[in-house]
Write a protein that binds this ligand. Structure first.
Ligand code: GLU
Length: 418
């Protein structure tokens, strides 16, 4: 399919092919799992504040629903494409299976720069998108969540639009909602918290202490900022952080709560806060540090810069931050990689808790949520590590192979319809 042929989709398929080859996956299944199960492209006419009508393009892709309802975020970004959304949907399938969540994978997106829209325009765009993908979504069918460029407010509009159509409140149709609408405690920081939990396990495995660790984080959105905050609370020194315009570095450690306060309240770039020395995103990736967390967009670590990375652990907060060629170089250099589908799975794990609470109409405490997240993500980490040691394969291949194996079993057990 030509429309799918983007570099992100090629990366997802190349990873899948390599894992499928190593596990000698049934060739029939291999053909099927390379492509999404269902894809919807929607045109979204939106009345702009100046009276014009602008038409945006949106997508919802369900990669696989063999293990349960599809699950995955919605991305608002100017570079969103069918290929990118399809790659992200495939990664969601492996991610949910690896964590043992009863979900398949999906992803959605709109090609838009959300910061260029007024709140009213953003609301009209979101509601039209929700109305257009209405036939696909629902608590038993497909449950969206936040991703790059979307947040709890966007989820509220989707929940409301869906609920208006059916005539009653359906909190379980999306996760990442505000608490007042059936959101879960701990969901907002869940991805960052998960990144920290698996990183702590990796440090322990490598016999390194968190107190002596330095951390550099690319990206200061939901994942980057919460990772930074929780890393610091756990005793690490966060020495560098960046946004799209560049980053700041301070060898003594950055004051993360103060940075978050200034960054959120002033709308300044990180460099404008003057809380550290300016560095480019490229320089950040190449810093000498214990832990590097890419928490921005995909394909940041490529064969061009991989050889210059100087971290001990690469903990992938973003989806698809490392190309396959780069991955090989990093493994050769002996960098311990916690692959994206494991490292950033805290978000969807707590989304699962939110959905369960919504369906039960019974809500859990913050400590329950942290404890359960910790149990699920650290056991996924140790299962992956064990698999990687037993099969003498990388952590990435081990994670992919375990996830794919769960999905393959579901397909084989269900059989081929009709
Ligand atoms: N967008 C997040 C991810 O890529 C969360 C998805 C979800 O909670 O459904 O994993």
């Amino acid at each position: 399919m030509q429309e799918l042929d983007t570099h992100t989709f090629r990366l997802a398929v190349a990873q899948f092919d390599r894992a499928a080859e190593a596990m000698q996956l049934d060739p029939n299944l291999r053909e099927r799992l390379k492509l999404p199960q269902r894809s919807l492209i929607v045109s979204l006419p939106v009345r702009m504040d100046d009276g014009r009508v602008e038409v945006f393009t949106g997508y919802r892709v369900q990669h696989d629903s063999s293990r349960g309802p599809c699950k995955g975020g919605i991305r608002y970004h100017q570079d969103v494409s069918l290929g990118e959304v399809s790659a992200l949907a495939m990664w969601m399938t492996w991610k949910c299976a690896l964590a043992g969540l009863p979900y398949g994978g999906a992803k959605g997106g709109i090609q838009v720069s959300p910061k260029k829209l007024s709140p009213a325009e953003l609301q009209r765009l979101t509601r039209r998108y929700a109305a257009e993908i209405f036939p696909l979504i629902g608590p038993d069918k497909d449950v969206p969540a936040p991703d790059v460029g979307t947040d709890a407010q966007v989820m509220s509009w989707i929940m409301d639009t869906y609920s208006q159509q059916v005539g009653y409140a359906v909190p379980g149709v999306v996760t990442g909602k505000p608490l007042s609408l059936g959101g879960s405690l701990g969901r907002e920081e869940a991805t960052g918290r998960g990144v920290v939990y698996v990183t702590l396990e990796a440090l322990r495995h490598l016999k390194l202490s968190i107190e002596n660790s330095t951390v550099a984080i690319q990206g200061f959105g939901n994942v980057g900022s919460h990772t930074a905050l929780i890393m610091q609370q756990e005793g690490a020194r966060v020495v560098a952080i960046s946004d799209v315009t560049g980053g700041i570095y301070n060898a003594k450690g950055l004051d993360i709560p103060e940075l978050i306060r200034r960054y959120r309240n002033s709308g300044q770039s990180l460099a404008d806060t003057k809380m550290g020395e300016f560095i480019t995103n490229e320089e950040l990736l190449q810093l000498d540090c214990t832990v590097l967390v890419p928490a921005a967009l995909s394909e940041q670590i490529t064969e061009t810069n991989a050889d210059r990375l100087r971290c001990r652990i690469l903990s992938e907060g973003a989806n698809g931050p490392t190309t396959l060629e780069a991955d090989r170089i990093l493994v050769e250099k002996g960098i311990f990689i916690i692959p994206d589908i494991l490292a950033n799975s805290g978000g969807v794990i707590v989304s699962y808790f939110e959905w369960v609470q919504d369906l039960q109409r019974f809500f859990w405490s913050a400590s329950d949520i942290q404890q359960r997240l910790h149990n699920i993500i650290t056991s996924a980490f140790h299962r992956t590590l064990q698999f990687s040691n037993e099969r003498r394969t990388s952590m990435r291949m081990a994670a992919l192979m375990s996830g794919i194996d769960q999905v393959a079993q579901a397909h084989l057990q269900r059989g081929l319809y009709p």
